[in-house]
Design a protein around this ligand. Structure first.
Ligand SMILES: [Fe+2]
Length: 230
């Protein structure tokens, strides 16, 4: 459930068709399906996918390798949603094999590790830096410029924007500077961290977080698809 309620929960989508670039067949997935065929399980809305294609051409920091993975998740009969297959890069190619839950222990652990590293880059750059700090700074300015301090909306929003400018200013001068924390610890580096929110913004209206269209294609929070918390 961490993919739906964890730190980077905006990325998962309902999967109604296996993407062509994802090199899995019905035969390969059959051992993981508890009920029926791949086609029926797709129509039963039991598959979910995270596709970090946005990392495909992103700049990398300090010669790091960052994959652009696709991960497939399956909702089992006990309503647990588990990863069953990971492809580390976008191309359907011989040198880009798919790893499965049934692979040897360390192969599967490494596949998940690389996926999670890519996921962390997306989270830090887009969900956190982009949509939590950079975009919200504009809202902070606007709220203080245009709303009266006695306006009910100001009362509601202002506490959430407290210290926004301060922390952004501090982050630019320390965390985000060349050779700083983000540049040395996050695999996309500072350049990639600034580039990724721009790339995501360029996609807005098609598939980006917060867009109504996106909610339509995402769907996983529907109680028809997911078990309600007990
Ligand atoms: Fe933050």
């Amino acid at each position: 459930m961490q993919r739906f309620a964890g730190r980077n929960k905006e990325m998962i989508r309902l999967c109604t068709k296996i993407p062509e670039k994802f090199a899995v067949t019905a035969e390969m997935l059959k051992p993981f399906l508890q009920n029926d065929t791949l086609r029926s399980e797709l129509s039963n809305k039991r598959f979910f996918v995270i596709d970090h294609s946005i990392l495909n051409k992103c700049k990398k920091g300090n010669g790091s390798v960052v994959c652009s993975p696709i991960a497939l998740f399956y909702r089992r009969n006990d309503d647990k949603i588990v990863p069953i297959a990971v492809q580390l890069f976008q191309d359907n190619a011989d040198d880009n094999p798919v790893s499965f839950h049934s692979d040897s222990k360390y192969t599967w652990i490494l596949a998940k590790m690389w996926f999670n590293n890519a996921d962390a880059c997306v989270h830090q750059s887009i969900s956190h830096l982009g949509y939590t700090h950079i975009v919200m700074e504009g809202f902070a300015v606007s709220v203080h410029r245009h709303l009266s301090q006695s306006h009910p909306m100001f009362k509601l929003i202002a506490p959430h924007l407290m210290y926004m400018m301060t922390i952004n200013e501090l982050a630019v001068g320390t965390l985000l500077k060349k050779g700083g924390f983000i540049d040395t610890v996050v695999s996309v580096g500072t350049e990639g961290a600034f580039e990724l929110p721009n790339q995501m913004e360029a996609q807005r209206g098609r598939n980006a977080p917060g867009q109504p269209q996106r909610e339509g294609c995402r769907q996983p929070r529907s109680s028809f698809l997911l078990p309600l918390p007990g």
